[in-house]
Design a protein around this ligand. Structure first.
Ligand code: HEC
Ligand code: HEC
Length: 298
């Protein structure tokens, strides 16, 4: 009975009907949904409908409704990748076709080399040679920016080192370098290794020879007999064999007495991977240009 009465009741203040619900004297108005909400709902519904029609939407078995606009993210990405490749090819084609000197003289090409070379170097070489190509001090990874080359610093020599590597099992044509283990393999007794290490240290650090005249003399003789064949009579090294210069103060494995002693006693066997199967010829050319540009001129 009470509900029936309320239902017919109109709120005198707002003019709205009542729902007929009542809680402890609080009555509920039957206000309509505001127009703005209706409009919003209708617009979103229409938008949804339009979107289904225009864009890819519903799965049907093995395919789907393609939509009138024929938008396909796959196609868009493929086109973008293709455009980027064409952009890149504009540069790489020129780098592959022109000679090294001409590329180096072209500022636009070199700007590309610096950017792309930095990326290639970071992805493939930096783990060993360091992000700035300055090498790992004392760990056998040479500095590639100091103009001091084990294997020669001409564009052809650098490109060849990158292609075939050094002592790399991955390339049959790899460069081969071997510093013998004179102490461990018993080629020299320990006293002689100490003497020759003392002599070698004195080549770049004359002050270290002070008070060691006997060892220096013994070391010099042992050097002439055992080492000069590779390192040269004056210790200047040999780029044909990747043999380092021992007189210039630049060290692969460290120039303190202990490091030099270890090099002679244990031998060294630096290994640089071959990149001929992992990088394209033009990528290797970009890296060669990148290193030449870094200041690694011979
Ligand atoms: C796994 C470590 C390693 C990686 C990676 C590596 N290198 Fe080397 N690289 C070496 C070592 C070790 C040597 C020294 C070899 C030797 O003792 O003769 C070397 C030597 C070189 C040389 C000769 C230096 C000279 O003085 O003649 C060049 C050039 C070179 N690397 C370039 C590169 C480039 C470019 C990359 C990347 C594509 C690269 N390396 C990646 C370890 C590495
Ligand atoms: C068969 C050739 C050969 C002979 C002989 C040889 N060396 Fe070497 N030596 C090398 C090569 C190659 C390297 C570089 C090794 C590497 O890159 O891993 C080297 C590296 C070294 C190094 C390390 C240089 C550095 O930059 O850290 C020292 C020190 C050295 N040799 C001293 C000697 C002494 C002393 C003798 C004689 C007792 C000798 N070598 C005999 C080939 C030779």
């Amino acid at each position: 009975m009470a509900v029936e009465e309320h239902k017919r009741e109109r709120d005198p203040r707002t003019g709205h009907m009542m729902t007929g619900h009542e809680w402890n004297g609080i009555k509920e108005l039957n206000t309509p949904v505001p127009r703005v909400v209706w409009i919003f709902l209708i617009l979103t519904f229409l938008f949804g409908l339009g979107y289904w029609i225009m864009m890819p939407a519903w799965p049907i078995g093995t395919t789907y409704t393609k939509g009138l606009l024929d938008t396909n993210q796959h196609k868009i990405v493929t086109a973008k990748v293709q455009r980027a490749a064409t952009d890149r090819a504009r540069w790489t084609d020129q780098i592959a076709a022109r000679d090294i000197g001409a590329v180096r003289a072209d500022p636009a090409l070199m700007a590309f080399v610096r950017e792309d070379g930095h990326r290639l170097f970071g992805d493939n070489c930096a783990a060993c040679h360091g992000i700035n190509a300055t090498g790992g001090q004392g760990r056998g990874f040479p500095n590639l920016t100091d103009g001091d080359w084990l294997w020669g610093g001409s564009p052809d020599e650098i490109a060849h080192t990158i292609a075939v590597g050094v002592n790399s099992p991955a390339s049959p044509e790899t460069r081969v370098s071997q510093m013998l283990a004179f102490g461990r393999d018993g080629l020299l007794d320990n006293d002689t290794v100490i003497a020759v290490a003392t002599y070698v240290q004195s080549l770049s650090d004359p002050a270290s020879a002070k008070g060691k005249a006997a060892a220096i003399t013994k070391g010099r003789e042992a050097f002439a007999a055992n080492c000069a064949v590779c390192h040269g009579p004056q210790g200047h090294g040999n780029q044909q064999l990747g043999v380092p210069n021992l007189t210039d103060g630049t060290w692969l494995y460290g120039g303190d007495f202990d490091s030099i002693y270890t090099s002679i006693y244990e031998g060294r066997h630096g290994e640089m991977p071959a990149w001929e199967h992992r990088l394209t010829p033009v990528e290797r050319r970009i890296l060669t240009l990148y290193l030449l540009d870094k200041g690694g001129r011979s």
